[in-house]
Write a protein that binds this ligand. Structure first.
Ligand SMILES: Cc1cc2nc3c(=O)[nH]c(=O)nc-3n(C[C@H](O)[C@H](O)[C@H](O)COP(=O)(O)OP(=O)(O)OC[C@H]3O[C@@H](n4cnc5c(N)ncnc54)[C@H](O)[C@@H]3O)c2cc1C
Length: 264
């Protein structure tokens, strides 16, 4: 299923600057962005995501696309690489007046966004373009399954912090190590199952195996699953084939692909 998305009513290419860069735990960096351009950004909460633009190594400044619609991609592709910025997808972890936080899962490999997050300093430029929200549980759904690897941790924590007091949910969160487990602000009906990987391995495999064996509430629910593509598709397949879930009750989002760089 193509995930359903609630797009913002209007959106703009917005140029911001780094205000702070902190490490909430060993495998993450929180980069705070701010600037007057945020007056044109409407925080929506939950898993609201953005296209994040940042300069390539050696570029003297950030050159943002000028089109405030999907035409920006074509515009980017015709820019010579010497001027073209990197673009990746990220979640708005928190929004405050004049500032937003983005939380990066650090990882190895030739990875421009993870590398940028390690090095970002106050004053560095970055741009955002709103992508909207895909966590769209139907009203009155009795319980929810939320699952993800570290790339989806910012979205899941934002969803839980935003949730109504009567949310009932089983949450499976795989993280690189026990040092990345955190206190969670969530309603009392939420059970969070932290899944630190016992040793370096393919992200998502532990969460998928755990969910397959988990005792879950019976009866209809809503599932939101994001992370490495095999986790998202694997959980969906399991819920549909082994637990009889209707496909329409599952939002599954392949946030990244093992061994493959994001386009852009
Ligand atoms: C809607 C949406 C929201 C997202 N929100 C977040 C977020 O808030 N925080 C976050 O950290 N990520 C988030 N992601 C995932 C992020 O966009 C990808 O991980 C992205 O590929 C990272 O770019 P990069 O330049 O670091 O690595 P790339 O250049 O894309 O990839 C380089 C190599 O690293 C591998 N790789 C990519 N991502 C990971 C990873 N997370 N762990 C291990 N290996 C990886 C690739 O397979 C490839 O081999 C989101 C994705 C989507 C679609």
């Amino acid at each position: 299923m193509i995930p359903k998305v609630r797009r913002p009513r209007t959106r703009r290419m917005i140029t911001l600057e780094v205000r702070a860069n902190t490490a909430p735990s060993p495998a993450f960096r929180t980069v705070t962005l701010g600037g007057p351009g945020l007056a044109e950004f409407e925080p929506a909460g939950d898993d609201q995501a953005v296209r994040l633009f940042f300069p390539r190594a050696g570029q003297d400044r950030l050159r943002m696309p000028t089109l405030d619609n999907e035409g920006w991609m074509a515009e980017l592709l015709v820019m010579p690489k010497s001027r073209r910025p990197w673009v990746r997808n990220y979640t708005i972890r928190r929004a405050r007046p004049g500032e937003i936080d983005i939380e990066f899962a650090l990882h190895d490999g030739d990875a421009p966004a993870a590398e940028w997050a390690r090095r970002a300093r106050p004053g560095d430029p970055a741009g955002v373009f709103d992508l909207g929200v895909s966590y769209l549980p139907p009203p009155g759904v009795p319980w929810q399954l939320l699952a993800g690897d570290e790339s989806a941790l910012p979205a899941i924590l934002a969803i839980l912090e935003n949730a109504a007091d009567d949310l009932v949910a089983e949450v499976f969160l795989e993280v690189p190590s026990a040092a990345d487990v955190r206190e969670v602000e969530a309603p009392p009906g939420v059970r969070v199952h932290w899944l630190p990987r016992p040793e370096p391995g393919r992200p998502g495999a532990l969460a998928l195996a755990t969910i397959r064996e988990a005792g879950l509430p019976s009866g209809p629910g809503y599932a939101w699953v994001a992370g490495e593509a095999a986790l998202a598709t694997g959980v969906r397949r399991h819920l549909v084939r082994d637990r009889g879930w209707p496909k329409a009750d599952i939002a599954f989002l392949g946030y990244w692909r093992h061994g493959r760089a994001a386009p852009g």
